[in-house]
Design a protein around this ligand. Sequence first.
Ligand code: ZLM
Ligand code: CA
Ligand code: ZN
Length: 392
Amino acid sequence: QIEKNGIGRPKGYNVSWHSNPDIEKHHFGHAHPMKPWRLTLAKGLIMSYGMHAAMDTFVSRQATREELEDFHSDEYLDYLKTAKVAAPIDDIPVDFNLGGSDCPIFEGLFNYCSMYAGASIDAARKLCNNESDIAINWSGGLHHAKKAEASGFCYVNDIVLAILQLLRKHPRVLYIDIDVHHGDGVEEAFWSTDRVMTLSIHKYDGLNFFPGTGDLDRTGPDSEENPGAHHAVNVPLADGIDDEQYVWLFKTIVGMCVERFQPTAIVLQCGADSLAGDRLGRFNVQVQGHGSCVSYCKSLNIPLLLVGGGGYTPRNVARAWAHETSIAIGCDATLDPIIPMHTPYRQHFRYDTIFPTLEQILAGENRPNRNPDKKIREIIASVTEQLRFVNC
Ligand code: ZLM
Ligand code: CA
Ligand code: ZN
């Protein structure tokens, strides 16, 4: 059993966990890859380890209309609130990119959006008033949503709303995005400011992979007069990157960004679709490597907001976010990798461990690593050059 102020967790070190079971009940529709139910699986795992006892747990509330308007347009929110459920017609979205098969209009949509946004806003406020050192919202991280447009399973951009809260207290916020997709909505929202640096690591093929942006040379506005110049960092990768390369790249790039930008708060989007075996992802990152990114951010001792994001193989999403919760509270070293017998939905966790081997995860599927070390070193060189222009 893990107690508050238990082993590995210094006295006075606070982790807050923001969630609401209401969020998990929504359905995007038959066969849609985004399954809010994965949050139930993650929560079951977290609680069966007793980790909830080591955190301040909050049942999150809906964001208010006013809070949502901090980023989203009136017209879009009106439409989102009143949009009627309809079967997608030939994959064609209607207004505000809503109603296609990526962003369907489903029962309770507005409730779902305001709840996950409310959780991220609450989490950010806990960091602002120093009531938490790390705040967690696994239901958030919906990085594609735009001011007046839904995109890629995202309707309201809780990350932008949370960063706007942090900016009330914090002069500089570093946003880091390890979802396999480019964090385009957050990048766009803070494109013209030097108070937020955005860093996204993602698959990029300059062609088909969604959303199709995030090339290495997309570093901010072209004009040097614009304060946002050089403050967007993009790390495009090819299929099959492994733990060793990914973690090394992550630590190197994040280390350089922190040194140059000196953030006073960090938001880490922990999209679990960068894990091996994901239904939509293409990487070979394992739960251990994904977690090392969280450990590294924690070790910087800067107020940290952890949000979820993508993740389309629910059992692996639950493994990753449970492991990362244990890192946040500092009990990862003593956590039994064997999943407790009494875990709800335990039958979903084949191999009974939080750390299945790559062979077990891929189950015969083959995803060769298309990232030569030389390419990784070129990316680091390019970002190093970019960051020379960042001064704070
Ligand atoms: N078609 N059903 C990541 C967001 C990725 C755009 C191509 C839809 C799917 C996908 C939906 C059940 C985050 C695109 C795809 C088919 C236009 C994407 C419904 C399967 C299904 O079976 C499916 C009928 C659906 C959607 C696959 N969509 C895979 N990839 C991307 C969006 C979100 O992880 O970054 C953060 C949460 N969309 O590639 C199309 C161009 C729609
Ligand atoms: Ca990303
Ligand atoms: Zn994603």
